[in-house]
Design a protein around this ligand. Structure first.
Ligand SMILES: [Fe+2]
Length: 379
């Protein structure tokens, strides 16, 4: 194991103490997290004493400089250059119950990978995937999906009236009480940071074709996430971690539990659309489990956006391990996941699975893909 550390004086005027730990062919579980790249090299990059406001781009630049002096760049088995990955271990943020949140400057934010195992128990979430039904909108049958809609508002945050209007309209069109889930109703949960959460009815998904050429302008009806999970502590911690990371005042959050399955003769497609954006400001993805899938499949990849167009600059290219979550700026990067392939066709009943939770916050007037509740999912 080798360590390199230095003070990086960044272009944005913030000094950062960076430490890089390099472990060859080791496992994950390092202090604060670790990642395995395609070349089976584990890199851990710790950001010490980071000043609030330092841009992630700048941290990335500092880490790459350190790595280039510490690690000879190597070719992986697939011929790709293994990329260093920034892993940050910050687990708590600055939100307090007695002052309004201060939304972060998204112009400074590209992505961030977080080891969430100290915050939540992914095993408590993993059990739910066995009961999630197949996604009827994927003809090949390799995807399983359940969703929930939440509203997450800080108790001192400014109410976004358009969110109340969206909820009232969608509920009214569903034949439900339009006032039952508005911001003046009692929240379902609250957090010590001051964030409060309202569990909303089981609205359908109606994404714009502008963002989803495969399923856009189609109303998709998905089953609910098990109530025990929604009432349990782990999903709650994840949701509030997301809110505290970006410090929004008031947002609708779409929660998607999604499993992709690979069989011996059929890989599982993680991103049907290829590299894409979903029209969100930012997204959180938690990797819950990877079972019996090849270690170099199901790789998360992000390419930089310039002026609304995808470039060839890959800013993240790694397998995110279970228990880690990744936040990204959906305006500044395009995301993709490579297909998953089964590791051992003789194991796990001939199935390989990758289970994730995706959280995406919507703050109208930005696009809100919310449509009426199907009759079968009305409480
Ligand atoms: Fe997506």
């Amino acid at each position: 194991m080798r360590r390199r550390a230095r003070r990086w004086s960044g272009r944005d005027g913030h000094d950062l103490d960076l430490e890089v730990i390099i472990v060859r062919a080791g496992g994950c579980g390092l202090v604060g997290g670790g990642l395995r790249t395609q070349s089976l090299q584990v890199l851990h990059i710790k950001r010490n004493g980071c000043g609030r406001g330092a841009s992630v781009d700048n941290v990335t630049a500092g880490c790459h400089t350190l790595l280039s002096s510490a690690v000879p760049r190597r070719r992986s088995g697939s011929g790709e250059v293994a990329r260093p990955v920034v892993v940050e271990s910050r687990l708590s943020y600055m939100v307090r119950p007695d002052q309004p949140p201060r939304p972060i400057a998204l112009s400074d934010f590209l992505y961030e990978s977080v080891d969430a195992t100290a915050v939540l128990d992914v095993k408590a979430l993993a059990a739910a995937y066995a009961t999630i039904p197949v996604d009827p909108y994927i003809a090949e049958g390799y995807r399983y999906k359940a969703i929930a809609w939440l509203r997450i508002k800080h108790r001192l945050g400014t109410i976004n009236k358009a969110i109340d209007e969206h909820i009232a309209r969608a509920s009214e069109l569903s034949g439900l009480d339009p006032r039952a889930h508005l911001s003046d109703a009692s929240p379902t949960w609250s957090d010590e940071s001051g964030y409060e959460c309202w569990k909303l009815p089981q609205y359908s998904l109606a994404q714009s074709k502008a963002y989803n050429p495969v399923h856009g302008d189609l109303r998709r009806e998905y089953p609910p996430i098990a109530r025990a999970l929604l009432d349990g502590p782990d999903l709650r911690r994840l949701v509030f971690h997301y809110a505290a990371r970006f410090e929004w005042h008031d947002a609708l959050v779409l929660v998607q539990f999604q499993r992709v399955e690979a069989l011996a003769d059929r890989p599982g497609r993680v991103a049907v659309e290829g590299f894409h954006q979903d029209g969100n400001q930012h997204v959180a993805m938690l990797i819950v489990d990877r079972t019996n899938i090849a270690p170099d499949s199901g790789i998360s990849q992000y390419k930089r956006d310039v002026g609304g167009k995808m470039t060839n600059e890959m800013v993240f290219d790694a397998v995110v391990p279970p228990g880690h979550l990744i936040y990204w700026n959906d305006k500044r990067v395009w995301h993709y996941g490579t297909d998953i392939e089964i590791a051992d066709p003789g194991a796990n009943g001939g199935r390989g699975t990758r289970d994730i939770v995706i959280l995406s916050a919507k703050e109208p007037p930005a696009h809100v893909p919310m449509a009426p509740v199907p009759d079968r999912y009305k409480d």
